[in-house]
Design a binder for this molecule. Sequence first.
Ligand SMILES: Nc1ncnc2c1ncn2[C@@H]1O[C@H](COP(=O)(O)OP(=O)(O)OP(=O)(O)O)[C@@H](O)[C@H]1O
Length: 885
Amino acid sequence: MSGSGHKIKVVCRVRPFLKTETPDESVSVESDRVLRATNPRDSTKDTRFKQVSLGLQRFDACYGPTVGQDVIYKNDVRPLVETVFSGMSATVFCYGVTGAGKTHTIQGTEADPGIIPRALEQIFRHQARDAVDYDIRVSYFEIYKEAVFDLLKPREATAALPIREDASRRIFVAGLSEKKVASYEQFAGLYQRACGNRRTASTKLNNHSSRSHAILTVSVQWKDDISAGKMWRGKLHLIDLAGSEDNRRTENGRDRMAESSAINRSLFVLGQVVEALNTGATRIPYRDSKMTRILQDSLGGDSLGMMIVNVSPGEGFLQDTHNTLGFATRSREVVNKPVAHEVVEQRWTAADRLQHHRGAALPARTAVVPAGAGLKRRRSDEPSSTATAAAAAAGPLADEEQRHQAHSQPVSVSGGDRQAARRSAAGVRQPQFQIQRPPAGADLASNAIMERVLRIEKQLSSKSLDADVVLDLFTPATKLKTSRGWLKHARELEQKGDLERALAHYEEALRYAPELNKLEAHIAKVRARIRRQKRRSSIASHGQAGVRVADQKPAASDDNDNDNDDDDDDEEDVGHLWMRDGLAESPGAEKAERRRKRAAMPKLKPAAPFKLAPRAAPKAAPARPAANGGSTENSGEKPAKRRRVLGGVASVTEGSVHDRRISFGGAQLNPFVVNGSAFDSDLQRRLEQRRPIASTPARRLVAKSAAAARLHQSLAEPPTPVDRSDRDFVPPSDDDDDDDGDDASDDGRPRPPKKQQGRRLPGALGVRGLVEQRRRAEEDAAAAATATAGRPPKSPPPPPPRRSSGAEAPLELAAFNEICIASALQMINSAEVKKIMKLQGIGKRRAEQIQESVQADGPLKHVSELQTRLHFKNKLVMGILSTFA
Ligand SMILES: Nc1ncnc2c1ncn2[C@@H]1O[C@H](COP(=O)(O)OP(=O)(O)OP(=O)(O)O)[C@@H](O)[C@H]1O
């Protein structure tokens, strides 16, 4: 039999009805190998159906309620126990739902003993009969809530024990006590005490329900004179599995629920193992539960295996019966490769000693190996020569009857490598089975799945299944698919302008695919748009007297605004902040007014293109090249490709970077410093690396800088016509701060008296004044650019105007800030501003103080305060500027 596979033997046993149950005909044993069960979905159907649902299940043996323990033992278990004396390992385990009779079958009662006492009796009888000196030892442990406990020790004296693998890759429980027993009586006393240590409890379905899996191992070892004094070891594992439980029926409390969850989990893994073995999966998830790990050799390993499937009769258990029988049928396909086991002495290697030196326990002096294999510490995935030979020699499996026979007779094994025995299955029959080491990370993945299952079970048991747990049930592919579905709907809704519902759909999509960062960003945008819509409508309805919303878009057009361009968003973001007097009341009229004003404004292109100034010449060259109305000819560089920004008003020349400044309309700007604050590190990085400004946000910021420049310029220029020769306006930057306190700027131009700072604008000019001023400045710029076209650039350029900082800010800066504050005041109560203020370190209380104070004293008092909140200010400034662009 060496080298051939043995299917697990599956025996079915139906328990009798208990006194508390009402007998019915739903489950019955039709013949010694056929069980009939009513279809749980339709009990009115003919009970003799064949193919539907349960139909007729064929097993190795079927026992009805009247069959006694002795019959089952004699027919099916006794032959298996005999194999132990051939050096084989054999496993009998009882499987079934709670209350189906597992403990009764494996343990029995004093009056009607089960498999364990009968098997031990048989072993001692065999010992007495043979002239061989058998060394019989027993160990008994339980797996309770995924922890292993020694049952041969008093419960209070035992801690959870670890599971290990020995040198020949055999699983064992480290530290488990093994007691030598010389007679059945000695065993019976020991066993009785040990049973008292097992955890049992009363549930609604079973007064004496086992809460753990219990595994009794009987080891029989002897020296064989015939085989030149070789040591042999046979093992018998007798296992009473805890029953799967439907917690709706057991009405378990919290403690029982935790136990039940652990039980169900390990049984679930058992099902997975069987499934994997049957489908020839590359990885068998033994490690996913302690029980399957311990049963590894009995499930697809080198043990002989037998499963007794216990079934509760009665209609009330039909669904459970259906599930149990389904599992049993699948288990019948599992093929084991039984081999005899030799005990060999092993020497401790240098590696063992080193490990021991580091604190690890030394391996046992003896190891159990497949007969004839000797002790080889070989990786399990290494092919062995015997394996190949065995695989080649393996013939087709014996038919079912022969297999049945194989269990009925002691298996004589001539030896052979354990690996060889496993591999010999290859090519023998389908499904074939191979033990392979799991691929790296497979355990992790499987653990993750188990964690999911556990979470779900936990929630199910607490009857509070929440959405996240349901989400866990989906595979990643399903999640992605579902997410796409939500996204599709969301986009449609957004296009229709139904932002609220679109947002809900987007959020739903994100739940299924939280890794979609872009989606997250888009959701934030949609949220912002909804907020803006709400603000607009509230401002429109509760607008203060004399203040009109200048830039308010009609709701419909806003709703339909489906482009995701940040620029537009930014415009929207703050467009409503721009408050002006005297504009048309209706949105339509406002729009017309805006259009009219825009048309009236001169265009700045192409005479005053906005571009990056050429790169500074090395050292000898002046720090700032002459500006020539925005052209790049003075750089001496090959003109680079131009990128149009902001509807043709400005353009950026790729690669022409100079001193981080942008020349525009005769002015040089530092794109990173608007009003003294750095605002775009990405752009800065790109420019510093001399990389093309490809990203939309970067171009947008450059464009905004242009707008900022225009406003600065218009504010800097006096309302009266200016000297056209002075075109080299440099906006204020940190480098240019002039704290000397004179009233004159470096270029000699007089500054407005400090007293007037911040008072003249916009209070004096008003917003309209500012706009008008800007328009005039732009006209001048256009005229100057036309006049200077074709002329050689001026050299050297006059030094740029300088400004004071803080409280001594020049007029234009003060005006700027005033605009900011005025704008801020309108949104000071909005959540967005609060958030910004929080980010900038302005507390709620402080924000309120500012608001009150601004209302009482006027906004200019707080210019310096706001100046320190650079980001906050810039956001507003940028928004305001975009309304000019
Ligand atoms: N074949 C049988 N003959 C007589 N009584 C039986 C038989 N099988 C089971 N019973 C009775 O049914 C009840 C439940 O049986 P048992 O405790 O063995 O179930 P179990 O499957 O081990 O349950 P659990 O998984 O909850 O431990 C017990 O009272 C037992 O005596």
